[in-house]
Ligand binder design. Sequence first.
Ligand code: PEP
Ligand code: MG
Length: 588
Amino acid sequence: MPATIHGVSASPGIVVGPAHLLFWEVPEVRSRVIPEEEVEAEVTRFHAAVDQALERLRAIRERAEEKAGATEAAIFDVQMAILQDVELRSRVETLIRQSLAAEKAFDLVLLEWREHFGRSTNPMMRERVGDLTDVHIRVVSLLLNLPDHDPLDLEPGANAILVTHDLTPSLTIQLDRRAIAGIATDAGTRTSHVAILARSLGLPAVVGLIDATSKLVTGDRVILDGTNGTLIPRPTAAVLAQFAARAEREKAAQMELAALATAEAVMTDGTRVTLLANVDLPDEAVPAAASGAEGVGLMRTEFLVLNRTGMPSEDEQVEAYTKVAKAFGGYPVVIRTYDLGGDKLPIGGFPEEPNPFLGWRAIRMCLDEPELFKVQLRALLRAAVHGDIRILLPLVVSVEEVRQARFLLQESAAELERRGVPFRADVPLGVMIETPAAAMSADSFVHDVSFFSIGTNDLVQYTLAVDRGNASLVTRFTPLHPAVLRLIARAVDVGRGANLEVSVCGEMASQPLMAYALLGLGIRTLSVAAPGIPVLKRIVRGVNATVAAVAARAALAADTPREAEQLLRQSLADELGEDLLNGLLGLA
Ligand code: PEP
Ligand code: MG
């Protein structure tokens, strides 16, 4: 049996199934010269490949329309139009007639077009780069006779384990959840967006496997252990039986915890805690509401944008936000304005930046593109008629950004007023505390916002200067670092001192020891992917607020993350008992 491949646990659960390798990257194309007498045949070969790609796109388009509806299927119309473009075809033909092999000719023209579109100042043109890339991959693969790795190829019920180098959020959304049982990637970490999405979909996932794609072939039977972060290729019957037994035990423990859905999240001394769900896609709202969440602490709206040909319209957004608000009845639903950029880009992305995580993203992009931003703000104000919607601004570093956003919010309200459309004007506005700047200067925000939401994924990344998505830095991404704990403590103290609600919606909130530290620091609202709520509730119901505060103070005074972890672990084991703690750590 080949050796176990170790990675990082991104989303718990054990699944067994056939590996499906996905290489959705432009293949390397070597230069090849065609003898003059073969040029005509090469031109014919080129057009035949394009026709074959068109045929394939037609079939995929049909399936996409069935599965996802007409709007999503329209992505493929754009790609078909590119392949039918007379100028593109004749440009490639000219290069072939100059003795270049078809794959190289097509490769060169597509590289040129992608660069040209990517540099355009027109956002619609830039959005086409993703379509050009998809077409580039598809036709070159056909011309090189490479296996077809189409991401939409899997049939429902395939129970496949998707193995790929890196899964972009847009690709993740394209995948049919009914066909995929688990995800394994070479790249990524617990806080990269593929992991976040897998967790909210409740799909077991292991990331940071480094070279799993070179150790497996499509069809290999694998065990994906999302709980421990491993991938076991071609397991023996004995190993399979062992994992099946563990999967059964985990399922039984999960069922037991799920029974807590209707129980109160209250600490042993009576302190009430509010557990909210992070929702990335509107369709997750109904199951999230059933998990016992008392509202939504973070809806990441950028997932509405990814994998589309253009930005969603105001009406489409109203529908999406209303769906979530209605699923949660009268409970609060915090909707974050677009956090696009970093690793979350719409099809085609933005112009390349040397440092995307320090670049033109999130609130910066929205304030610079007020017309785009106001479509979203108007949709939020309109949807707020149907529930307790609150607006959250991402990646804020200065209160000036909040004031500018509020100005645009007021303009949006005035526009709706003029149109005579119903809306709610007094929607609360909050900020993400996810930069050291926002945490350190938390006091400067208190008169301009109604709540703080601490985003620990970015707060850790920016405080420790550790890329949250870099698989080789996972051991250095330490949320229990004293600098991070002190910034959180500061935001909590300032927020509570000003009577603002302070919640945590980053991944720290879903990890038992860290959640315990957050409770000890005075956090009373935690927001996590819905499948993580039962574990969290069990912890809350087993610990005392004063004991947690003592443990958190000790962790704050620790010199190293490891020391803080040991102190928290000891205290939590004293509160819950060693066996229960180990069981919960295994399920988180
Ligand atoms: C965070 O940064 O902690 C957060 C919740 O937002 P995101 O993971 O979407 O960046
Ligand atoms: Mg963030």
